[in-house]
Design a protein around this ligand. Structure first.
Ligand code: XMP
Length: 333
């Protein structure tokens, strides 16, 4: 039987009961596969790696070693949340690596989006590799592969052309000689979420909107600078807060701020104030291949604009991107 093919008889996991049964089955399978050996996992804090971490903690406890690499391009509070949930609440064996300076130094002056992606992807593997080399006796590598990833790689193997190189950070260093543990590889995203909730992960983590591997790196448009990245992160946090408060987080598939490397003239405290624009992107889609623009009530947009322009240093305008995909891609880069 092809281990990477979902059997037609496999029931769709839609209820907590079905999730519990799946968890029990996988806990047993992982225990049998791993024995008393150690397993390494790159824990980004995204839905897939978080669910794998929670599942493996249940199966093998401290035999799982999670490594969370903060590449300095995370959203506000995200790495702190990974530490809070996994280290403090689930008592995981978690190694936290703050590699912000390494990434931002390498990215300085690089404006081409694909070069930025390549640098981030390659450096991530390097950092992860270095951390794993410090550990003794790791025999397995766990991955948050899900079924759409398998279907996607089949398509790629068939030679379909990609618009962007969507390599996820968290990719497997090819030369690593470890066996894989991939407990959710036959699940679709909605099933992963049901399993995540059954494992007791916080709702916000399980229903987190998709976040690209290169993170804010492809939203701080052009060559990344620390001050513009900081402004972007703060503006994005305000957007997320207001979407949560106004019930939009559940209605909009992906929403974020992009900040281009352009300044315009504004006025603040009766003086000239040059600043960057914050661009709001809020899209709905089923498969990210096409996307439509969600209507956001004007009062919400006004509030977000007022907050961003008054609370975030360096931003003096807020724009709303009305472009569907196509012609715009979801991300600006
Ligand atoms: P685009 O911009 O191609 O985005 O319309 C479609 C979906 O993919 C995400 N995206 C990425 N995800 N690495 C990722 O892991 C990347 O380099 C990357 N680029 C885009 C994007 O956020 C959207 O959900």
């Amino acid at each position: 039987m092809d281990q990477n093919k979902r059997p037609e008889s496999m029931q769709r996991i839609t209820t907590p009961e079905l999730a519990e049964a799946f968890i029990a089955e996988q806990v047993k399978a992982v225990q049998e596969q791993v024995g008393d050996k150690k397993v390494l996992l790159a824990l980004s804090g995204g839905v897939d790696s978080s669910v794998v971490a929670a599942l493996l903690i249940k199966a093998i406890g401290k035999q799982l070693v999670c490594v969370h690499v903060n590449h300095g391009l995370m959203r506000k509070g995200e790495s702190e949340n990974v530490i809070e949930v996994f280290k403090n609440q689930l008592d995981a064996n978690l190694i936290y690596v703050d590699a912000t300076d390494r990434f931002l130094d390498l990215l300085a002056g690089v404006s081409d989006p694909e070069s930025k992606r390549k640098i981030i992807g390659a450096e991530f593997i390097k950092v992860f590799d270095e951390e794993s080399a410090k550990l003794d006796g790791i025999s397995f590598l766990a991955q948050g592969t899900i079924y759409p990833d398998i279907l996607e790689s089949i398509k790629q193997a068939e030679g379909k052309k990609a618009v962007k190189s969507h390599h996820n950070v968290g990719g497997l260093p090819e030369e690593m000689e470890m066996q894989l543990v991939e407990p959710i590889k036959l699940l679709f995203k909605d099933e992963v979420r049901v399993v995540g909730e059954a494992l007791g992960l916080p709702h916000a983590m399980v229903y987190r909107q998709p976040f690209p591997g290169p993170g804010l790196g492809v939203r701080c448009l052009g060559a990344i600078t620390r001050d513009r990245l900081h402004a972007l992160r703060e503006a994005d946090a305000i957007l997320r807060e207001e979407f949560d408060l106004n019930g939009l987080a559940e209605k909009v598939w992906q929403y974020f701020i992009a900040v281009p490397d352009v300044k315009s003239v504004g006025v603040k405290d009766e003086s000239r104030y040059e600043g960057w624009p914050a661009i709001i992107r809020a899209v709905n889609t089923k498969d990210a291949m096409t996307a439509t623009i969600e209507e956001i009530p004007y009062p919400v947009l006004h509030k977000i604009t007022a907050r961003i322009t008054s609370e975030v240093e360096g931003i003096n305008r807020v724009l709303f991107d009305l472009t569907p995909k196509p012609t715009g891609t979801i991300e600006w880069e």
